[in-house]
Design a protein around this ligand. Structure first.
Ligand code: DC
Length: 224
């Protein structure tokens, strides 16, 4: 019997650096696949908005999530053929995502999407509940965090680099509210898995965080 395809889960709150760290870990492991599960929630939020059904109907939102017409092509994200790469990265898109993410029906509808991303040689999955719910058998689970101030600063810089104007104070407040909603929701709340390696990246460089995860990976992954 062949070994299962290995999965490394990297969960944590927004602005903790998960996205950058996850894609670098995937690359350093020799071209592993990378799942940005937050993008699926952002896409669902946008699709719900476009459908004009409001955010009060979990059943309809779940139908939309299950039937997302998404393509990831050459660094671009297409929803129903439309380029939404930037549209899903705004703070507004993050807030919509957080709303649909609180619906158990939507979370269930996105499970298959996420599990289908497991392909050889391995997958690094970035999100909130990758280690607790989506891939509970992953051999390495990381929970990455950082202080709220540091996360607001990082978010500000990221948005600026993408040409999106923002305000640090407002960002910090939005991050705090979103964290609270993500932590306190009943469906897959944002908590570290019991067996997660918790890394507080406040004051750490991206390289140092990546190195720490790679060291842990080499201890648990089969050699070769
Ligand atoms: O990581 P992100 O900022 O792109 O996530 C957007 C929203 O989706 C955020 O409010 C948390 C939610 N989310 C989630 O509930 N579960 C995931 N696996 C990924 C994201």
């Amino acid at each position: 019997m062949s070994d299962p395809v290995p999965v490394i889960t990297i969960d944590g709150p927004s602005g903790s650096g998960k996205g950058t760290v996850s894609s670098r870990v995937a690359e350093a492991l020799g071209g592993w696949h990378f799942l940005d599960s937050g993008a699926l929630y952002r896409l669902t939020g946008l699709a719900v908005e476009k459908a004009g059904i409001g955010f009060e109907d979990p059943q309809k939102a779940a139908e939309i999530a299950a039937n997302l017409d998404v393509r990831f092509e050459q660094g671009k994200v297409l929803l129903g053929g439309e380029d939404v790469t930037l549209a899903i990265r705004t703070e507004q898109a993050g807030n919509r995502a957080s709303k649909v993410a609180a619906m158990p029906e939507v979370r269930a509808a996105l499970l298959d999407w996420q599990r289908q991303a497991v392909r050889p040689p391995g997958l690094v999955a970035d999100g909130r509940d990758m280690g607790t719910t989506v891939f509970p058998d992953a051999p390495l689970k990381v929970f990455l965090t950082a202080s709220a101030e540091e996360r607001a600063k990082r978010r500000y810089k990221q948005l600026k680099e993408k040409g999106i104007a923002s305000n640090i104070g407002e960002l910090a407040e939005e991050i705090r509210q979103r964290d609270e909603r993500d932590r306190n929701r009943s469906a897959s709340p944002l908590v570290p898995a019991a067996d997660a390696l918790v890394i507080d990246s406040t004051g750490m460089t991206i390289e140092a965080v990546v190195e720490k995860i790679l060291q842990a990976a080499h201890k648990v992954l089969p050699a070769g």
